[in-house]
Design a binder for this molecule. Structure first.
Ligand code: 7GP
Length: 840
């Protein structure tokens, strides 16, 4: 049927229906309409791809309607509104989510059927919107879903990267990065707002006027053009916006004279510079030009977003007799998703001081009551520091303002807290080290924001006790915790319909989708044999689907009866994928040494590892290569490959996660304690009934508390033991476990090919230093890790026990809904309330 025409089975399909139609025949008419009259392809072609675009556009019609109503409602009520500023969003695919949230999946499935297509196949045509890197970006997307679902007046702001991070290919040499061309055709989910354009300046100089006022002038000016993506809430009319900025040069910037003179490149120079701004997420920053480009991106997001926010604030004040800037913080909350959008602080100050004519104190009061900051990491290399000289060049007026904030902060501390004098060197914003003077963005955030939060209890405690300790005595209540969460819609209801139906059946309600705490109701049935069997068959169905996918993308056939053990996240030494693969190697070696009968008594396992390594992170790329090399040997070894498989799942992204997580039985969250701020995939796995092997790190601590310690495979040092262990190591007190030595030695012996893994393995040796001397304590934690793995094997053999633990994992995951997280932000940081679109 595919490949014929849009009217294959359309005898009963009306010509065109109302965009809000819910009857399958009318929905089919809408799809048909788009296939015919908003054509993107040659006519008379209606394959899954065409069906996808036409379906998406028909869904978008409906969203546009709700979207406009939401905008009007916000405009009319004029509530305080949150603006979430983030350099990353990992939206994934939108079609399943949109029809799911709109509760029209059945109508679409039927409609597509009438048109000769299968919904599942159609949704797979969509490319992931992968405008992010890892947890921070996916968190932002989960937050948008919750904001919309909770009917909160909130918007997201980001950048419309032409290419995402990168697409990961696995070759003989390991990871290869190629451009992720998510816009190759086009995205049906974005609406360009040709009337929403703001100028954004770079470079130039500061002009000082006789009355003392200042203005940033000259330099280069680009235009920020808004692309809006609709974010529907679940079973509500509220549909909010993710506004993504694209950089453009003005048409006047095209030099026709030069062009006609054959100087094509210089004629279009500003146009090509504009394209660079939003070309990729996290351009390489090894070079000076790379650093400058990243700073430009950050400022571009901040400046365009704030101009837009201020314009909207004024628009809503229009017609009111009197209003004052001091009301701004009662209408606007700006949340900075880590330090990348820190420049929003000096930019808001600049707009208030120079454009709106406020005095310093008033502008500072408005700014500090508006802005809040979330920290997502304590890793030193991720704490942004920008060169002062680059900042003076690119953003001269902002540097003046930052300088002034720094001065006033110093003065305030000297006057009110002379006891902190010795700490000021570390607390102040400017680090004036003559070798390399920098601006410390996190310090600028802490000094300027009204609230600073960590993303899990342990992480927030560490922020208070270590990274931001000095500030706590100055502002005792500024630091808060907001434990992360995930949206139960995408991460259970839509990605795991089989399990969702079982949950709904046993809880006798579907309310859990918006009130995830109801999952505790499953606890009473954890031992129930009927539930356990249903649970097991849902898991098996997901495992089979996953096995088919793995076969398709890697060529490796895996056994759905083996234990599916998954670790997927960015590749980083602190996340310790290396420990996982060393464990796999030890297991392989042990299996090799067994007799066939002994092997039969082991628990067969399929270990899957996936994630992207940053292009310039050498050790991370070596780890990717090692996993692949180990897989090549193990999977083709006929003696053991029915007991062990090792698979590297390429190009991990949101839609791959949607397949992996439902099919998982064990997942690894094994970071060095104190280093993973929260983790969010741990929550997704646990919610889907997957057991966790993990350290007491980030949100693992809270997950274990919620699901019960007997349902969690715990191992490893605790965060407070880590400094002493590193010290002991330096003092030569570390005694490696023989299993650890054996696994490393096996790699060094060349068992997995001729690639030189010595530099990677050497990072586990020696005595000290970041990245040397086993800074991440793989050696220390390895023996307890292997012991915990043995308990996993034993537990898996007891099927009823395992199923009970699995049910209890889901039952205990209610806390980790991003609805809970966002409600807390709304009450405790933003001070915003719901603003619901009336249901007609
Ligand atoms: C991540 C953290 O590593 C992860 O533990 C946390 O769950 C997530 O943020 C959401 O809070 N951080 C990043 O993704 C990141 O890029 C650099 O941090 C600032």
């Amino acid at each position: 049927v595919n490949g014929t025409s849009a009217t294959a089975k359309s005898e009963k399909i009306p010509a065109i229906a109302h965009p809000l139609a819910e009857d399958p025949a009318e929905v089919a008419a809408n799809i048909n309409y788009h296939a015919k009259y908003s054509p993107h392809f040659s006519p008379f072609k209606f394959e899954p791809e065409q069906a996808y675009y036409a379906s998406a556009e028909s869904v978008r019609d409906r969203l546009v309607q709700q979207w406009n109503e939401t905008y009007l409602q916000f405009h009319k009520v004029d509530p305080k509104q949150t603006y979430y500023l983030s350099m990353e969003y990992l939206q994934g695919r939108a079609l399943t989510n949109a029809i799911g949230n709109l509760n029209i999946q059945d109508a679409y499935a039927d409609a597509l059927n009438k048109l000769g297509h299968d919904l599942e196949e159609v949704v797979e045509q969509e490319k992931d919107a992968a405008l992010g890197n890892g947890g921070l970006g996916r968190l932002a997307s989960c937050f948008l879903d919750s904001m919309a679902t909770l009917n909160l007046p909130a918007w997201g702001y980001g950048l419309r990267y032409r290419y995402g991070l990168f697409k990961q290919l696995i070759t003989k040499e390991g990871q290869k990065e190629i451009a992720e061309d998510w816009l190759e055709k086009f995205s049906p989910w974005e609406v360009v707002r040709h009337d929403v354009v703001f100028p954004v300046r770079f470079f130039g100089r500061v002009e000082v006027y006789p009355n003392g006022s200042r203005k940033w002038v000259e330099g280069e000016v680009f235009q920020a053009l808004a692309y809006d993506v609709p974010i529907p809430g679940y079973k509500t009319k509220n549909t909010i916006s993710l506004r993504l900025w694209e950089a453009k040069a003005s048409s006047g910037d095209f030099n026709l004279f030069q062009f006609n003179d054959g100087q094509y490149e210089s004629a279009a120079q500003l146009h090509s510079q504009a394209q660079q701004i939003c070309a990729v997420l996290y351009p390489g920053d090894a070079t000076e030009s790379g650093k400058l480009l990243r700073l430009k991106q950050q400022f571009f997001l901040c400046s365009a977003s704030l101009q837009d926010i201020i314009q909207r604030f004024k628009e809503r004040k229009n017609g009111k007799d009197t209003w004052q800037w001091s009301e701004f913080p009662s209408k606007v909350a700006v949340q900075l998703n880590d330090t990348h959008p820190t420049l929003a602080i000096p930019e808001l100050m600049r707009l208030l001081l120079d454009d709106e004519g406020l005095g310093w104190d008033e502008a500072w009061d408005v700014t500090t009551r508006t802005v809040a900051y979330t920290n997502h990491t304590v890793l030193p290399e991720a704490l942004e520091k920008w060169s002062q000289s680059v900042m003076w060049k690119l953003l001269p007026r902002h540097m003046e303002i930052i300088d002034e904030i720094d001065k006033r902060f110093l003065e305030m501390i000297r006057v009110t807290r002379p006891d902190l004098e010795s700490k000021l060197h570390n607390m102040r914003i400017l680090d004036n080290n003559p070798q390399k003077p920098v601006v410390r963005m996190a310090n600028l955030c802490v000094v300027s924001a009204h609230t600073v939060n960590g993303v899990a209890q342990l992480h927030s405690d560490i922020l208070k006790a270590e990274l931001f300790a000095d500030y706590v005595s100055v502002w005792p209540s500024k630091l808060q915790n907001k434990t992360n969460g995930i949206t139960p819609r995408r991460w259970l209801r839509f990605c795991n319909p089989e399990l969702s139906n079982i949950i709904t059946k046993w809880l006798k309600t579907e309310q859990w989708v918006t009130n995830l705490d109801l999952l505790v109701g499953l606890r009473q049935f954890a031992d129930n044999a009927d539930l356990q069997e249903e649970w097991a068959s849902a898991k098996m169905a997901s495992k089979q689907r996953l096995a088919q996918y793995v076969l398709r993308v890697t060529g490796v056939s895996i056994d759905p009866n083996s234990l599916f053990d998954i670790q997927v996240k960015r590749i980083h030494e602190y996340k310790r994928q290396l420990m996982n693969i060393l464990g796999a190697i030890y297991r392989y070696k042990k299996l090799k040494g067994m007799s066939p009968d002994e092997r039969k008594n082991t628990t067969p396992r399929t270990i899957m590892i996936g994630g992207k390594a940053f292009a310039t992170y050498t050790n991370a790329k070596r780890i990717v290569k090692l996993v692949n090399d180990v897989g090549d040997v193990v999977n083709t070894d006929p003696e053991v490959n029915s007991y062990l498989k090792v698979v590297f799942v390429p190009n991990y992204n949101v839609s791959v996660a949607e397949l992996l997580i439902p099919g998982s039985e064990l997942s690894q969250h094994i970071s060095t304690a104190g280093m993973e701020a929260s983790g969010t995939s741990n929550m997704k796995f646990s919610l889907n009934g997957c057991l966790i092997i993990g350290t007491l790190d980030g949100a693992n601590v809270e997950i274990r508390e919620e699901i019960g310690e007997e349902n969690f495979f715990l191992f490893g040092a605790t965060a407070d033991q880590v400094p002493k262990l590193r010290q002991d190591r330096e003092n030569g007190l570390f005694k490696p476990d023989p299993r650890f030595e054996e696994a490393k030695q096996f790699i060094r012996s060349g068992a997995f090919g001729s690639y030189d893994y010595n530099p990677l393995l050497d990072s586990l040796e020696g005595n000290s230093g970041y990245g040397r001397g086993d800074y991440f304590l793989v050696g220390h934690d390895f023996p307890s890790y292997m012991d915990a793995q043995e308990s996993v094997d034993a537990a898996y053999k007891d099927r009823k026990k395992w199923l009970k633990m699995s049910i209890l994992s889901t039952a205990g995951s209610g806390k980790f809904s991003s609805d809970r997280t966002i409600s807390q932000y709304a009450k405790e940081i933003w001070n915003i309330e719901e603003c619901r679109v009336p249901s007609s």
